[in-house]
Design a protein around this ligand. Sequence first.
Ligand SMILES: NC(=O)c1ccc[n+]([C@@H]2O[C@H](COP(=O)([O-])OP(=O)(O)OC[C@H]3O[C@@H](n4cnc5c(N)ncnc54)[C@H](O)[C@@H]3O)[C@@H](O)[C@H]2O)c1
Length: 254
Amino acid sequence: MNNKTVIVTGGSKGIGESCVRLFHEHDANVAIFDVDSEAGKKLSDDLGERCVFIQCDVADGASVRHAIAAVIGHFGSIDVLINNAGIVSYASVTESTEEDWDNTIGVNLKGPFLCSKYAVPVMLQTGKGVVINVSSVQAYITQERVAAYTTSKTALLGLTRSIAVDYAPNIRCVAVCPGTIDTPMLHEAIKLSSDPRTVLKECDDMHLTGKIGRSDDVAELIYYLASDKASFITGQAFRIDGGLGIVIGGSQRD
Ligand SMILES: NC(=O)c1ccc[n+]([C@@H]2O[C@H](COP(=O)([O-])OP(=O)(O)OC[C@H]3O[C@@H](n4cnc5c(N)ncnc54)[C@H](O)[C@@H]3O)[C@@H](O)[C@H]2O)c1
């Protein structure tokens, strides 16, 4: 990633932070787009040169335009866009307010659209680029009361294919679909339960690997997919989910 410029949305924490650290370690210039300026600035100060924090709400077009211009001002080009920022809301269709629905779809789906809309033309100036969309295993299987989240992550696979088709052969676009990953998002979610430790144990047990994933696991996959080693991969989604949801009942074991 020497001299390449990488944008990581939602890069202040969790999977995004792991991506920021990994790409930076591999000599990339890294721009963090996040609404959490405290954590983002701390991370960019920690990494020092070749890392910049840019305050950005990915669901807001003006904010994204400003952030992309700031990256060009800082590093001069864009090679990789990692659309990772995401939020989750817990509601069925009948429980969800219009505002909740719009917020979730806004960050998780409109965000990747806006960031791609403004980053892809910059990539095309150098003739080449990669967009990675962080979807979820919930694009394939789902749980109760996450209607907007599941919808956004499923639609993100459609956006992935559209970008791959519309900008081939110059731009590759790939999605990654994590299972349960140990991040602040997960810990915020399990805090909603009266017994978070039991929920965490259930999360471990529902993966064939017997454990949830680490944000570094996801960052490693994203790094590979963004690299030239993955130059024959585009338009696809990759599950990184510890085998979550592939088991059916009817075991013949004792
Ligand atoms: N943790 C999991 O189990 C899991 C599983 C599957 C998919 N994912 C997806 O991975 C991605 C990262 O999740 P995470 O677990 O690291 O989450 P996280 O909550 O730990 O971190 C998300 C980051 O996104 C930022 N963010 C939120 N709204 C934003 C906005 N409007 N604009 C810019 N930044 C914003 C937050 O400030 C935060 O820094 C998300 O898209 C999430 O849906 C997570």
